[in-house]
Design a protein around this ligand. Structure first.
Ligand code: FES
Length: 362
């Protein structure tokens, strides 16, 4: 199981720690600790999540794969060990990243997985440790960690070691407040380089947009940019947004924060507040109704129209669609004046009422 990068035992672990320390130090030097509004719950979730993942969950999963492999598939152990590193590395990384794209996307579209991933999006500030805030069960179910065990068992340990270091560099870089890509975007002469890079790997601007609070700022898209290391999957599956800017605000809209124990140990521990979607028996309820809302819109202003039918602020989105496949509809008012916005969600001309509510049944 020893993945000797450059012939040095555990070199991958040293390099991964080095990446964390590197980004952490730059954040500290650039005054992050003075600016941060983080609460103790945030630090506990992120630092604690990192420790439990590194020292508990990952060794447990990799150990389980080895145990099962040696018990039932012993003849397959090490069968890839004679394959070229230049074949195993891209094989490991591409399959890993494709799985993570779909796992991450599912965590935004499936109600149960969303609750395991929700803590990740509650962070109101980015930072190099943000990538470690998820429920413990989210990591236990993460196919990538099982893939690490399987690929290593099959003899691709060197590719796994190198791949994990590369992934760490991109992932920590894309969550960090050290937005290295802004240097490229600001310098016209460097723009062609970042234009190519952003089409291949996840840049800070690309991933920060995924953490933005609302599409209303014209930068964020919490329902897009699901990629982990490569942006190719988002481009391939139609979820990529390249705005090259940073969101105005991070986090979730209307977030009744729960205690960190509920965030981390869900579903074993649940939120006490019955309004919180992490509480026991909480159900999102339909708020659609037949009556359209007459409202004055201002020309040029953007609005986010609810399409999931669960917003408490109909006809506008309040973030209740998280954990479903339905997204809000962003539109810009073409003129100033009163309009009728649809609340029955049957209109064929969203967001405007087209009198389809005559067919509305409760
Ligand atoms: S609350 Fe956002 S689409 Fe309904």
């Amino acid at each position: 199981m020893n993945n000797e990068l450059f012939g040095i035992p555990n070199m991958d672990v040293y390099l991964i720690m080095g990446v964390l320390i590197f980004f952490g130090l730059i954040e500290v030097i650039s005054g992050y600790l003075q600016r941060t509004q983080r609460k103790s719950d945030d630090w506990i979730q992120e630092f604690g999540g990192f420790i439990v993942l590194s020292l508990g969950i990952k060794p447990l999963i990799v150990g389980s794969v080895y145990f099962l492999g040696t018990q039932f598939f012993a003849e397959t152990q090490g069968i890839m060990s004679t394959m070229s590193f230049w074949i195993t590395l891209p094989t490991y990384l591409l399959i890993d990243d494709l799985m993570q794209y779909w796992y991450h996307r599912s965590a935004h579209e499936n109600p149960f997985l969303w609750k395991l991933h929700r803590a990740h999006h509650q962070a109101e500030e980015m930072g190099f440790f943000v990538s470690y805030r998820n429920a413990g069960l989210y990591y236990l179910l993460m196919p990538n960690i099982w893939w690490v065990g399987l690929f290593t068992f099959l003899g691709g340990g060197l590719a796994v070691a190198a791949g994990l270091v590369m992934k760490q560099l991109v992932i920590i870089g894309s969550h960090s407040t050290v937005t290295w890509d802004s240097f490229f975007y600001k310098n016209k002469i460097l723009t062609p380089i970042i234009s190519v890079l952003e089409r291949i790997i996840i840049t800070p601007a690309f991933h920060h947009a995924h953490h933005g609070k609302s599409k209303l700022d014209g930068v964020s898209d919490p329902n897009g940019n699901f990629g982990n290391m490569f942006s190719i999957w988002d481009q391939l599956f139609g979820t990529a947004v390249f705005n090259r800017q940073l969101p105005e605000e991070y986090g979730l809209p209307n977030d009744p924060k729960e205690h960190w124990t509920a965030s981390y140990f869900y579903p074993l521990v649940k939120a006490k507040d019955s309004q919180n979607e992490m509480s026991a028996g909480h159900q999102k309820v339909s708020t659609v109704h037949a009556e359209p809302t007459t409202i004055r819109l201002e020309k040029g202003k953007k609005y986010l129209y609810c399409q999931c039918g669960m917003s408490k602020t109909q006809p506008f989105c309040d973030g209740s669609h998280h954990g479903t496949k339905i997204k809000p509809f962003l539109f810009e008012a073409k003129r100033t004046g009163n309009v009728k916005l649809c609340n029955c969600k049957l209109t064929k001309g969203a967001p405007f009422c087209d009198d389809s509510h005559v067919d509305f049944k409760v």
